[in-house]
Design a protein around this ligand. Structure first.
Ligand code: HEC
Ligand code: HEC
Length: 338
């Protein structure tokens, strides 16, 4: 059985992408955003039924929301990273600056501070921003933010996530809006709220991989968007001056044996994603080190499902150039709460 991408998946991706054959020119380009997915509602820890409003229900809802936020890794992008690593005193308060070919983007403050964050937004407005890339004032959020992937999130998981965000400390932090980036807003469809088939490892793995936006980094970019003929086949070029020197290329994570990870077992893929250390003992450098702080908190069954899905990504031959990147700091998880 191979990993299946539904028509809807390709529709979403097509929205985000333009083929490489089109004239590159100096037109606006779409960014790292794009989307994968299919399969379908409440994952893992569970049955976070929205509604009744009892204390027990809302505690479960918030717990599920925290779990979802670890999966989606919101805090990786929405927390500033300095020479010592992420500044967790400003967790979720924005201000990370990341240079890219289309310009340097800055992440906004998404804490509930009413003056400088999103504390005045309603639950529905927050959820629309996450799954559709729309702000309450109607403006579009640039697809650096992987809302095209988050579009796949079930309503239950979305409600849980927003409930959790409401419990985080409101931090006052003014972040200047992004201006003059050569990247365009990509409209997203209304979320389909397809079920998350938790009991089916391939489908559940697809839900996880979609929300964890593997494709956003592991698909090479053409001037106008992701090169979908090479989905998951790696080769996106990254320069990360605050993390280290040199150029880092994302790996080919398709099941091609020569140029991808076809020789890895599912257990090895699961272990690598939890630890960020490859089967050969070499650490995975760059942004995934920061994701690991959140991803490592997922339950074993979710790593198994993710690996089951990744193992079935159809093989694409694509030899990725060797990276010259050296890291000048540790990634590592955020401090444990409690
Ligand atoms: C890959 C980096 C990245 C990830 C991951 C990410 N975001 Fe964002 N987000 C951004 C950037 C960059 C912007 C600003 C884009 C712009 O200027 O239009 C943004 C914008 C937003 C906004 C709009 C805020 C405003 O004031 O305009 C919200 C809300 C938001 N993100 C919430 C989230 C949540 C919740 C998650 C996790 C589910 C998340 N983001 C994950 C990069 C990211
Ligand atoms: C923010 C960008 C980003 C995201 C999101 C991301 N990766 Fe990566 N990944 C990278 C980079 C960059 C490398 C190469 C690092 C290096 O060479 O040290 C990498 C390396 C890997 C490797 C090592 C492959 C090899 O041949 O050594 C695997 C496996 C992997 N990623 C799987 C995944 C999966 C599965 C997801 C989604 C759950 C994912 N990645 C999400 C950027 C990303």
């Amino acid at each position: 059985m191979t990993a299946r991408m539904t028509n809807r998946t390709w529709l979403l991706i097509a929205l985000a992408a333009a083929s490489c054959s089109k004239k590159p020119a100096d037109e606006k380009i779409t960014g790292s955003g794009s989307a994968v997915g299919s399969g379908s509602a409440a994952v893992g820890s569970g049955s976070a039924a929205a509604g009744s409003g009892s204390a027990a229900t809302s505690a479960a809802l918030v717990e599920r929301g925290e779990y979802v936020s670890n999966m989606l890794a919101c805090a990786v992008c929405h927390t500033p990273i300095g020479p010592q690593g992420p500044d967790f005193k400003k967790a979720w308060a924005g201000g990370l600056e990341m240079p890219e070919k289309f310009g340097t983007w800055r992440s906004p403050n998404i804490t509930m501070d009413k003056g400088t964050g999103i504390g005045n937004w309603t639950d529905a407005q927050i959820l629309d921003s996450i799954r559709e890339g729309k702000r309450p004032d109607g403006s579009g959020i640039l697809p650096v933010m992987p809302y095209l992937n988050y579009n796949r999130m079930t309503d239950d998981d979305g409600k849980a996530l927003v409930a959790y965000m409401r419990t985080l400390p409101a931090i006052e932090n003014v972040v200047a809006p992004n201006k003059d980036l050569k990247i365009a807003y990509v409209p997203a469809p209304k979320p389909a709220n397809e079920r998350d088939e938790v009991a089916d490892p391939v489908k559940h793995g697809e839900y996880l991989a979609t929300l964890m936006h593997c494709n956003a980094c592991h698909t090479p970019q053409c001037p106008k968007g992701p090169d979908l003929s090479k989905a998951f086949a790696g080769g996106m070029e990254m320069e990360l001056p605050m993390l280290g020197k040199g150029v880092l290329y994302t790996s080919n994570i398709t099941s091609d044996v020569d140029t991808g990870i076809g020789a890895w077992t599912e257990a090895q893929i699961a272990e690598t994603l939890k630890t960020m250390v490859r089967p050969n003992g070499k650490p995975i450098l760059g942004p995934m080190m920061f994701y690991q702080g959140y991803w490592s908190r997922l339950v074993p069954a979710d790593f198994t499902a993710l690996a089951t899905y990744v193992k079935r990504i159809p093989a694409i031959k694509n030899k990725v150039p060797a990276s010259t990147f050296t890291m000048n700091m540790a990634g590592g998880p955020p401090p444990d709460k409690k």
